[in-house]
Every structure is written in C-alpha cells, then in structure tokens.
Write a protein that binds this ligand. Structure first.
Ligand SMILES: Nc1ncnc2c1ncn2[C@@H]1O[C@H](COP(=O)(O)OP(=O)(O)OP(=O)(O)O)[C@@H](O)[C@H]1O
Length: 661
C-alpha cells in the first residue's frame, strides 16, 4: 500500500474542504491527473460516508465474510466435472481481498456462489456467513453489491442518466429532482466521469460510439455503490484496462475498503502496483484453496513449500507462475505440486476464524445489532413507482431509437399502400365479394404478423441489464414487465390505425360508423393480442430464434383454422373448438359482419339471381359460417386471450429472471 491510512484521512479532509467550495459553484477547475486522482477518492469517501445521500446511514456496519464447504460441479451432457472442491475462506471488513488463480480455475464461479447467483449447468453447495450468521442468496443480495465482469447498460442512455436512474431507484426516500442532480454530480465527479457524463453509454456491438472499458467499469461502480453496500464483490474489475486505469479503478476499491467495507474481487495477473493494494489474498489451484491470508505473507507461506526458491519475490507474476501449470510440466507433476500446497495450507488454515460461524440451522436465529440497518439494498421504490420510472426510462430509449421507429413507420406505410393498391376500388358489389373476403382476412393477418415479429425482440437485448438490475434489487420483474410491455404496446398500437386509415381510404367501401369503428377496434385488439403473445413467449424463452419458432408454431394452426382456407363445416369436428377460439377467425368475422350485416341485396346480384348463391349480405355472412350475434363474443375471446398472454408473460418473465439470477 503506497499511502498510509493517516495520510488518507488528512488528504480526505483537505480535499473535502476544497470540494465543498467547488461543489457549490457550477464550474470546476481543471486539476492535474494526480490531483484529480486523489480528489476522486476523497470525494467518493465524502459522498459515501459524510454526505451519504441515499441511505442516510452515516456508518458502514463492518461485515466479516466467511465461506465454508463451497463446492461446484459442472453438469452438462450427462457428465459431471468438479470445479470447486470444498473451498473455505475469510474476507474481513476494511480489507481488499483478491481472489487469484489460473484461468478457468473457478474464480468467477466462486464469486457467483458467494453472491447467491444461480448458474445454468452449475450445481453448487456450501455455506456463506456474514458476521457469523448464515446467509441465504436473497439475504446476501440485500447487503452486498456485485460488479460483474461484463458491464451491461442501456446503450441509448447517457452516463448521467444511467447514474440518475440508479440513484432514483436506490434512494431510501423519493428524492426531489434537485437532490438527485446533486448526488449524480457528486458521483460523476468522484468517479472521474465528468468528461463523458453526457455521452451515450453505447456498445461496441451496436457499432455506435461507446465509453472506454475503464469508464464503463467506473460507471458500474457508481451505480452499485450509491447506497453504500457493506460488501462489494467485483469480477475482474481491471480486465482489459491499461496499467494506469487498472491502478485508478483499484484505488477506488481500496478507498472503499478503507471506509470499512468488505471488498472481494477476482483479479487476473495484476501489476505490482495493483497487487500492493491487496490486504487479503485467496489463491485457487485445481479447484482448491492453496492460500488464504495476508497478501504480503503469501511469499513466506510459499517458501515453506519445497518447490520454491529463497529468491522468490512477492510479485504477482511469480505467484501466478507458481500456482499455474508450467508449459513443460506434466499433469502428474502439477497435481503433485498443488497437493503439496494444499497440504501446507491445511496445516496453517484459519480454523479459529471459522469457529465463530454457527451451523446453518441455528445461525438463522441469530440477529446482529444493526441488522435492520444493514439491509441497504432492498427495493426502495413502491411497486407503482418502479413501473413509472422504468416506463419513463423506456420512453426515453424509444425516443432515441428514431432510426428503428422510422423504419417501422416506413414499413407500415409501404405495406398499407401495397394492400391499398391491391384492393383499390373494392366496394360492396357482387364482383368484389372475393376481394372483400381477401381484404378482411388479410387485414387480420397483416396487423398480427406485422407487429408480432418485431415485438418478439422486446427483452432480448436488455435481458442481461434486467438480470443485473434485478440482482441489485432495483426493481421487481413484475414491474419491469408491465412498464416495458406497456411502452412497447403503445408504440405498436398506433400502426394498426395507420394501416387501416391508408387501406380503407384507397378502397370504395361504405363509410359507416359501425363498420369503420368495428374495423379499427378489432384490428387494434388483434395487434394487441399479437404483441402480448410475443411478449409472453419472449419472456419465457428470451432467445429470439426460439421465441419466433414457438410463436409461429402457435399461430399457424390457428391461422389455418380461421375458415379462410377451408370452410369451418369441413374441418374435423375435434378441431372445431380450435377454430372457434382462433383469433384470426374472430377478427375475420367481426370485419365481415360489420360491412355486410346491414346490406340487403348485394349490388349487381339482381341481374344474375340464378348464378350466385350470395344474393344478400346475410347470404354472404352465412356462406362463411359467421354468426352476427357472436360479434360481442368475438371481442370477448380476443380480450380473454390478451389477458391470458399478459398473465403468462408476467409469470414467465418472473420465472425466467429468477432462474438466471
Ligand atoms: N454456466 C456454466 N456453464 C458451463 N460451464 C461453466 C459455467 N460456469 C463456469 N463454467 C466452467 O467452469 C470453469 C470455471 O469457470 P470460471 O469462469 O469460474 O473460471 P475463472 O477462474 O473465472 O476463469 P477466467 O479467469 O478465465 O475468467 C470453466 O471451465 C468454465 O468453462
């Protein structure tokens, strides 16, 4: 450690004084790099300790983390592979703990288990204790924050908006806009994100400009530490960062540890500067712990192992070389070497540290003083507030996705004009009956497929963000689903109106209130049903390819049974109930009955009375096996389907998010 604690405090106080002055003013003086660096740390501390706007909790309750008997097996394709074997360790408050080990040894898996994440294909077991009390995953999520290796943010939002959303959702009290601005300003300043605060987060994948890795990492910290969690886990916070940025990010973590937090992070071959910041070290090799203790004592420990030379220096490279398999070493030699380390460590292991942890069943009854205060990461916003703020954020995203919106409008207008041209001049006349039939059925199919397929992508892109934000207890999946699907639905439901207005205006159908209102109402409901079904299936499957496949498999049978391709009377009796509930048929019926219900003799028929069976509007309706009195039921069936899909969507989404959290 390059700076002593006393020096830190003095520096903190000095910088805080300086900061108080510039915080009140609108402009900030530019400082040198090193000055900015130390200022950042001190301000961070001031926000979190003194100012502490979000939790209104001036003190971090020290939390000692102990884990025992942690095991993880990878179960895939009928095979079971041990990843972690009986891991135990201790991470103390006020310390920065590094978990290190060769690539693929299970560092991230260990962190995921400690933070209570469930992972596909991974079976895990073991006990995690905080201050001697057994923690189940949900309790752990309430007192800890986890900054994962991959940062997932909403691309369309700026850095400022991203922090602002997190601050709004995390604050204990609902803050006024000005208070919120002040907190966001402080956090942006203390994380050194001033220069990019109004830049969109972006992503490399989207090809748009985006933040650098270091800035993204700092943004991730900013969002997670807003309400001062006593335990912070970080998976490879320095990965992909250069020497300077790695040291900067690690110093932020070190400062948080100095404030009394328990900081645990996995690190991949750190530089000596970064390694020097570590207080506590956990080393893993072949899925087992080979060292857990003070980082500075690691060298002494390894000198006991017979393979190490006395010239061994305490550099991270040497440590990593020592616990990794050498390129010229056989598996047996490496196994033997690791076994020596395990045995040595077993002889000096930290048994007294573990003895304070009660066993799982009895410890659940133990409550610490300050337990109520320690739960800092519960959902602070009421359910309706969660829906509102997620919806407002979505609205903002939607406005920024102008390009996507423009293409949707172009698509709808183009298709409407093509359909309008196809049926141009169609009227209620004997010669146009088949055209009308095609138009009525086509309208239902168009609004269904036009909006169902794009809606199926609803959660796909944002899914990792949802998981992260749910794991951080920002909102409930119910609230997210309601907000997101409502905004998407509002967006899509304007298109059936555009479609109907263009096509009908190009035709020569009678302009009656009953016909027009029924046409718009039913196409609106069909679109709503299509969107709701897409959201429900997307919520369950997430993978867009599977979602589209399932949606088509669900829709095509109902479409075939709509009575357009084959008369309902000729459908096998056991399939008729499906035809009855087919929303395509229900929509087809409403449009046909609306336009032909009041038509007496169909124009053009009186000259050819003997040539056509469709002489009147009623004949035409009867010929399709439609029943005019069923029109209210048609609406009822579609509304029931919409409700059904909404329920499936909400429950499916909750199940999916819980399964992956
Ligand atoms: N959900 C999963 N499905 C399949 N395999 C997994 C899963 N999670 C972990 N693994 C496997 O478990 C092993 C340990 O993975 P883990 O990511 O924990 O290692 P690591 O030490 O963090 O690696 P690195 O340092 O390279 O990030 C790897 O072989 C990995 O492929």
């Amino acid at each position: 450690m390059s700076t002593s604690t006393d020096t830190w405090s003095v520096e903190l106080e000095m910088k805080n004084k300086k900061r108080r002055g510039c915080c009140l003013g609108k402009t900030r003086k530019k400082t040198s790099k090193s000055e900015e660096d130390s200022d950042c740390l001190s301000i961070s501390s001031r926000i979190l300790q003194t100012f502490d706007p979000l939790s209104y909790k001036p003190k971090v309750w020290p939390r000692k983390l102990v884990f025992k008997e942690i095991q993880a097996n990878l179960v895939q394709n009928g095979l079971e592979v041990k990843i972690l074997k009986n891991i135990a360790g201790v991470c103390k408050p006020g310390q920065l703990t590094f978990i290190m080990g060769p690539s693929g040894v299970g560092k991230t898996t260990l962190l995921n288990i400690l933070t209570g994440r469930s992972l596909e294909h991974i079976q895990s077991m073991g006990n995690v204790f905080v201050n001697g009390r057994y923690m189940d995953p949900s309790e752990m999520k309430k007192i800890s924050a986890y900054v994962e290796k991959d940062d997932h943010f909403i691309e369309e939002l700026t850095v400022r908006e991203t922090i602002r959303f997190a601050a709004r959702m995390r604050s204990v009290k609902l803050l006024k806009e000005k208070e919120l601005d002040r907190i966001v300003d402080e956090m942006i300043f203390c994380m050194g994100l001033d220069a990019c605060q109004n830049s969109r987060v972006g992503s490399k994948a989207s090809g748009r400009g985006c933040l650098s890795r270091g800035e993204r990492k700092k943004l991730a910290f900013a969002c997670e530490i807003l309400n001062d969690p006593p335990i912070l886990f970080c998976d490879e916070p320095t990965s992909g960062l250069d020497f300077f940025m790695s040291a900067q990010v690690m110093k932020v973590l070190k400062q948080l540890a100095n404030e009394g937090k328990t900081i645990v992070c996995t690190v991949h071959t750190p530089s000596t500067t970064v390694f020097d910041l570590a207080d506590n070290l956990i080393l893993l090799a072949q899925g087992e712990i080979v060292y857990n203790g003070p980082a500075r004592s690691a060298v002494r420990f390894f000198q006991k192992c017979r393979y190490i030379s006395s010239k061994f220096v305490n550099s991270p490279e040497n440590l990593m070389n020592f616990i990794s398999q050498a390129y010229d070493e056989t598996d047996e030699e490496y196994d033997e070497r690791v076994q020596v380390m395990i045995n040595e460590f077993a002889a000096v292991s930290l048994k007294p540290e573990f003895s304070i942890c009660s066993n799982r069943s009895s410890s659940r009854r133990i409550r610490d003083e300050g337990d109520d205060e320690e739960i800092v990461r519960k959902m602070n916003r009421e359910w309706h507030q969660q829906v509102l703020y997620v919806a407002l954020r979505d609205l903002k995203m939607m406005k920024r996705k102008k390009f996507e919106m423009m293409w949707k409008i172009v698509q709808t207008i183009t298709i409407s004009i093509i359909i309008g041209c196809m049926y141009h001049g169609t009227k209620i006349h004997k010669d146009h009956l088949l055209n009308f039939r095609g138009f009525a059925w086509g309208s239902v199919i168009m609004v269904d497929f036009l909006f169902m397929i794009p809606s199926a992508y609803i959660f796909h892109r944002d899914y990792p963000i949802i998981i992260r934000e749910y794991n951080s207890n920002l909102y409930d999946p119910f609230a997210y689903f309601i907000a997101k699907s409502t905004i998407e639905t509002v967006q899509y439901t304007i298109f059936p109106l555009v479609f109907g207005t263009i096509t009908i205006s190009m035709m020569s159908l009678p302009i009656s209130f009953q016909a027009i209102s029924n046409y718009f109402a039913i196409t609106f409901l069909i679109a709503l049903n299509a969107i709701s079904s897409a959201h429900a299936i997307a919520a369950i499957f997430i993978n867009p390819v599977v979602t589209i496949t399932v949606l088509l498999a669900l829709n095509l049978p109902f479409m075939s049974l709509s009575g357009f391709y084959i008369s309902v009377d000729e459908i096998p009796s056991w399939l008729r109930p499906l035809s009855f509930v087919s929303w395509y048929r229900r929509g087809f019926e409403v449009i046909t009955v609306s336009y032909f219900g009041d038509v007496g003799e169909i124009p053009g028929c009186h000259h050819h009375q003997n040539l056509t069976k469709w002489r009147t509007g009623k004949d035409f309706i009867d010929s399709q096996s439609f029943l005019p009195f069923l029109v209210p039921l048609d609406y009822g069936v579609i509304v029931l389907f919409i409700i059904f899909w909404k329920i499936v969507g909400i429950l499916g989404f909750r199940w999916r998010v819980d399964r992956n959290s």
